[in-house]
Design a protein around this ligand. Structure first.
Ligand code: CA
Length: 135
């Protein structure tokens, strides 16, 4: 499983990256929104962990561009502010879940696992539908 982490705070991103790698995930890191968007479009990513406050292009704009281009990769938004408006905007823009900083690493892991499970279920459903079509 491959995770794209888009977070400009170097200390935080290296802690998250290390933690995810210890759990067996392959982790790519982008430090700004433009790089993050490029990697989300061009790398085989299973889940994107996307900070909202980013240089060059903010997280909500990255998400908006991804969805506009038809990318359905599950996205977990990170927000430093506990602002309700960010959560609403994020979910409306196509985020699958969000996490408010500061968070406990275990919660990030649980939410990533949950997104991966949901993704797997969607895949199964698609396979079953195509079987029905064949019959
Ligand atoms: Ca940030």
């Amino acid at each position: 499983m491959r995770i794209l982490l888009v977070e400009d705070e170097k200390d935080l991103s290296s802690i998250i990256k290390q933690g995810l790698e210890e759990e067996g995930y392959v982790v790519d890191v982008a430090f700004d929104g433009e790089e993050g968007l490029y990697m989300a479009e061009n790398y085989p990513v299973d889940v994107v962990v996307l900070d909202i406050m980013l240089p060059l292009l903010d997280g909500l704009s990255v998400l908006k561009s991804m969805r506009k281009k038809g990318l359905s990769t599950p996205v977990l938004l990170l927000t430093a502010r506990d602002a309700l408006i960010d959560k609403i905007k994020g979910l409306d823009t196509g985020a699958d879940d969000y996490l408010t900083k500061p968070f406990v690493f275990g919660e990030l892991l649980a939410r990533v696992r949950s997104l991966l499970r949901r993704k797997a279920t969607v895949k199964e459903a698609v396979i079953r539908i195509s079987d029905l079509e064949i019959n």
